[in-house]
Design a binder for this molecule. Structure first.
Ligand code: GLY
Length: 394
């Protein structure tokens, strides 16, 4: 196990300078992308427009990551208060309204990522009624993926697909906030009850006794019994995929905030302690926590960015101030390392915010590239570091 050795930089300007650099990149991307969507990951450190897919044109709204682009625009609005970011965020609503109305690429639990950022934010902030209706339609669609008797939300694919039936994944913990919001805005408790039950199933089965997590886990769709864990993007079924562990830190913390269930806060701490103990010297994990310095493997900067947000969320919910401070300090160390060593602003031709992420190493997709979720959570981490009173959309 590698000891944590890097110290927070004494340079107080790191975070404001990183915010300025990120905003410059967003401004340039606003000119280039506008209402169209970049690809999931960079190619040679630059995002192309999203390839045509599912009957959608180039730059169309398909896949699980499109909302990170308007999500970043809303974060830029939080940072600056500038009207142009607000109107740019609102201008994406129509695309998400059309996506859910026309049933475009909805066979996924990632409706939470998509509609929380693209529609719940404008519904809450500017009272956009069509955004609220679309987010509720997405929440209703997500509810169709709840499988009884297990009470889990199936992650991927058609519900009749035998390969995916009864399968959920650790990332799903980030999709449940859409359901908590739906209960809050409608007064209908069914959404929150489904989210809480799904989350408790994950705590019991996807979290292993040693504090690591399976990437994916199957339940028997017939009798609801837990069956087995399996990886999709990690090194091995029994290894700990770095981004999955980061989703767990943030996801269990958020689900604790929404449910008040103390066991979820304990789960988040357990996941955080394992993640932090496996960090290499520069505080940014390799793509699977099996690897550390000397392995020759790639880092996943996006896992680091997600973990920063999760650690701050976790710390904000702890009554043990010593422990909370230690998570805040760890978040600060990781964020400074990202800003100082991984920010794409040092790369003259990149249009990403941070580089050196990994999407899916086993399939060779987006390896050692920037990616939209890494950029979004890096910017969210900068917002959290700049404004401790920031109101989270999750
Ligand atoms: N949620 C998909 C991923 O983290 O790759």
């Amino acid at each position: 196990m590698t000891a944590i050795s890097a110290r927070p930089s004494p340079d107080a300007d790191t975070i404001p300078a990183a915010v300025s650099a990120a905003l410059r990149t967003l401004d340039a991307n606003l000119d280039t992308f506008g209402d169209r969507y970049p690809a999931d990951t960079t190619v040679g450190n630059r995002y192309p427009l999203r390839a045509p897919a599912g009957g959608q044109p180039v730059g169309g709204n398909v896949g699980w990551t499109t909302s990170f682009w308007p999500g970043m625009l809303w974060l830029a609005h939080d940072l600056t208060g500038e009207e142009r970011y607000r109107s740019a965020g609102v201008s994406h609503v129509d695309s998400f309204v059309a996506r859910v109305a026309n049933r475009i690429d909805l066979d996924t639990h990632d409706l939470g990522f998509l509609y929380t950022l693209a529609c719940v934010i404008p519904a809450r902030r500017v009272g956009d009624a069509s955004a609220r209706r679309a987010a509720l339609a997405a929440a209703d669609h997500l509810m169709t993926r709840v499988l009884e008797p297990a009470g889990i939300i199936q992650a991927w694919g058609d519900l009749r697909d035998p390969r995916q039936r009864g399968r959920t994944i650790i990332d799903s913990l980030m999709n449940t906030p859409l359901l908590y919001w739906a209960s809050h805005t409608t007064g209908d408790e069914r959404y929150a009850a489904a989210a809480g039950r799904h989350c408790r199933q994950l705590r019991q089965h996807i979290l292993r006794p040693d504090g690591t997590t399976f990437h994916t886990f199957y339940w028997d769709p017939g009798n609801g019994a837990p069956v087995r864990g399996e990886t999709e993007q990690g090194q091995a079924d029994d290894s700990c995929w770095a981004r999955g562990q980061a989703w767990a830190i943030y996801g269990f913390s958020l689900n604790h905030r929404h449910t008040g269930d103390p066991s979820l806060l304990v789960a988040a701490q357990t996941c955080a302690d394992y993640f932090l103990a496996r960090l290499p010297a520069d505080q940014v994990p390799y793509w699977d926590l099996e690897f550390t310095d000397g392995s020759g493997q790639e880092r996943d900067s996006s896992a680091a960015a997600i973990a920063v947000c999760g650690l701050i969320e976790l710390a904000d919910n702890l009554t043990d101030t010593v422990r909370a401070d230690s998570y805040r300090e760890a978040a600060d160390r990781i964020l400074r390392s990202l800003a100082e060593h991984y920010a794409a602003s040092r790369h003259p031709t990149s249009n990403a915010l941070i580089l050196h992420g990994v999407y899916d190493k086993p399939k060779g997709i987006g390896v050692d590239e920037g990616n939209l979720w890494g950029d979004y959570f890096y910017l969210e981490a900068l917002v959290r570091a700049s404004d401790p009173g920031w109101t989270s959309p999750w």
